[in-house]
Design a protein around this ligand. Structure first.
Ligand SMILES: Nc1ncnc2c1ncn2[C@@H]1O[C@H](COP(=O)(O)OP(=O)(O)OP(=O)(O)O)[C@@H](O)[C@H]1O
Ligand SMILES: [Mg+2]
Length: 267
C-alpha cells in the first residue's frame, strides 16, 4: 500500500478540465516528482490532495484511509504537510517566529506540548536559513523564503510533504544542498511529492516521476525512463525526435506564476 494514492481525479473549472482522471502514487521513504508543462494541473492536484479543492470525481487515500472529503486540518493531523507555489509565510513576522507559529499551530491541532525554542532553531539550521532567523519574512530572498516554507511544513513532522516548486529562486549551490536535504528527509521515512520545473534537480533527486499533461498522467517511471519517453519529450518540447538539434532538456522555469484564487471547500 502506498502512502498516497490518487485515483481517477477530475477537476473542472467551468469549461476548463484542469485534472482529467489523474492517478498516481507516492511512497514513504521516497522522493516522487510530479512534472508537466505550465497549466498541466499539478497545483490543482496538490489542492485536491491537501483538501483545498474538492474534486468532481476521484479519490485520495492517505496512509491507509480515504481522505477525499476530509478537511485540511484533519489531513494535516494525519501527517500531510504542504508548501505553496505562491509563498504563504507571514511577511511581518521574523523567520524564526514564522516557524514558531507553525509549531504552535501543530501543537494546537495535536494537543502535544513540548518546549519549542530549540526545535525552531534546529529546523532553521536543518534547512540552512539560521542566518536569516531575525529577518522579517518579507525581506528575505525568494529562495530563502521557500526554505522557510519547508521549515514551517516540517514543524508539523509530516509523513508526507507536498512541495510545489520548492527550488525556484535557489542558486545552483543552494539547489544542490536542497536536493541533499530532500534525500535526507526521505531517508527518515517521509514521503515527498514534489512539483518542480528544475529538471536537473528532478532527475537527480527523484526515485519516481509522474508526468501530467492536460490533466492526465502520460507517463510514470524512473528518471531515466521518463527522460527517454517520446511522449514526455513531446509534451514538454513539442517534438519527439531525440536527434533533433533544437533539443534542450530544461522546460522554462517560472519564478513567479500567479494562480487564480483557490476555491475553498466548506467542511
Ligand atoms: N481556481 C481556478 N479557477 C479556474 N481555473 C483554474 C483554477 N486553478 C487552476 N485553473 C486552471 O486549471 C489549469 C491547471 O492549472 P494548475 O495551476 O493546476 O497548473 P500547473 O500544472 O500547476 O501549472 P504551473 O506549472 O504553471 O504552476 C490551468 O488551465 C489553470 O488556468
Ligand atoms: Mg502550479
Amino acid at each position: 500500500m502506498s502512502l498516497l494514492e490518487v485515483d481517477g481525479v477530475v477537476v473542472q473549472f467551468g469549461g476548463v478540465i484542469a485534472v482529467n482522471g489523474a492517478g498516481f502514487t507516492a511512497e514513504a521513504g521516497r522522493v516522487t516528482g510530479l512534472i508537466g508543462p505550465n497549466g498541466a494541473g499539478k497545483t490543482t492536484c496538490f489542492n485536491v490532495i491537501s483538501g483545498l479543492q474538492k474534486p468532481n470525481r476521484g479519490t485520495i487515500r492517505f496512509d491507509g484511509r480515504t481522505v477525499t472529503g476530509a478537511p485540511v486540518h484533519r489531513r494535516s493531523k494525519r501527517g500531510m504537510g504542504r508548501t505553496f507555489q505562491r509563498l504563504e509565510a507571514f511577511g511581518s513576522l521574523s523567520v524564526r517566529d514564522n516557524v514558531r507559529v507553525a509549531f504552535d499551530i501543530h501543537r494546537g491541532i495535536t494537543g502535544l506540548l513540548r518546549p519549542v525554542a530549540a526545535d525552531v532553531d534546529a529546523l532553521l539550521e536543518r534547512v540552512g536559513i539560521s542566518a536569516y532567523a531575525r529577518d522579517r519574512a518579507d525581506s528575505i530572498p525568494t529562495g530563502t523564503a521557500r526554505l522557510l516554507e519547508l521549515a514551517r511544513c516540517l514543524a508539523a513532522d509530516p509523513k508526507l510533504l507536498l512541495l510545489d516548486e520548492p527550488s525556484s529562486g535557489l542558486d545552483e549551490a543552494e539547489t544542490d544542498a536542497f536536493g541533499e536535504l530532500l534525500r535526507g528527509l526521505a531517508a527518515e521515512g517521509r514521503g515527498i511529492l514534489m512539483v518542480e520545473h528544475d529538471m536537473d534537480l528532478v532527475m537527480t533527486v527523484c526515485d519516481e516521476i509522474h508526468v501530467l499533461d492536460f490533466g492526465e498522467v502520460i507517463a510514470s517511471g524512473a528518471p531515466a525512463d521518463i527522460r527517454a519517453n517520446p511522449r514526455v519529450q513531446e509534451a514538454y518540447l513539442g517534438y519527439s525526435d531525440p536527434a533533433d538539434e533544437t533539443r534542450h532538456d530544461l522546460p522554462p522555469v517560472e519564478l513567479t506564476s500567479e494562480l487564480p484564487a483557490v476555491q475553498e471547500v466548506s467542511t
